[in-house]
Each structure stands twice: as structure tokens, then as C-alpha cells.
Ligand binder design. Structure first.
Ligand code: TRP
Length: 73
């Protein structure tokens, strides 16, 4: 399976979780910000345009490498 078919899931555990896509290549910058409310789920991939993702807020992130929860108190 190529990296481009790989997907991950973000489940928002509070309102206003931000899922931020960062550009691939020498210039690493934000190119997209998606706001999720509590209970909303986003399914996304790493693509030609997106090499990294930053999650801000309380959420559970599932990848094929496992599940991780953001720490927030
Ligand atoms: N247009 C973006 C892309 O094709 C859409 C996208 C894919 C995205 N994965 C993402 C946006 C992860 C934010 C986070 O790369």
C-alpha cells in the first residue's frame, strides 16, 4: 500500500478541535485548517500536498500505527 492510500481518523472530544494540514516539501506551512465539533470525525490521508498534520484540542487520533489521545486539561 502506498503512503498516499494511508488514512487516519480524528475524533473530536470537545468543540473547536483544529486539524491543520502542513505542506509537503521544503516549505512547511499551514495550508488547511478544519474545525471539528465534539463527536465529529474526520477521515484524511497524507497526500502529495500534505505531509504532516497538527491537531489542536481534545481528540483521539487513530492511525495504522495505533491510537493516540491529545493531552489536555
Ligand atoms: N487538499 C488537501 C490535500 O489533498 C486536503 C487534505 C488531505 C488535508 N489531507 C489533509 C487537509 C489533512 C488537512 C489535513 O492534501
Amino acid at each position: 500500500m502506498s503512503n498516499e492510500n494511508e488514512f487516519f481518523v480524528i475524533k473530536a472530544k470537545e468543540n473547536g478541535v483544529n486539524v491543520i494540514g502542513l505542506t509537503r516539501g521544503t516549505d512547511t506551512r499551514f495550508h488547511h485548517s478544519e474545525k471539528l465539533d465534539k463527536g465529529e470525525v474526520m477521515i484524511a490521508q497524507f497526500t502529495e500536498h500534505t505531509s504532516a498534520v497538527k491537531v489542536r484540542g481534545k481528540a483521539v487520533i487513530q492511525t495504522r500505527h495505533g491510537e493516540i489521545q491529545t493531552d489536555k486539561d
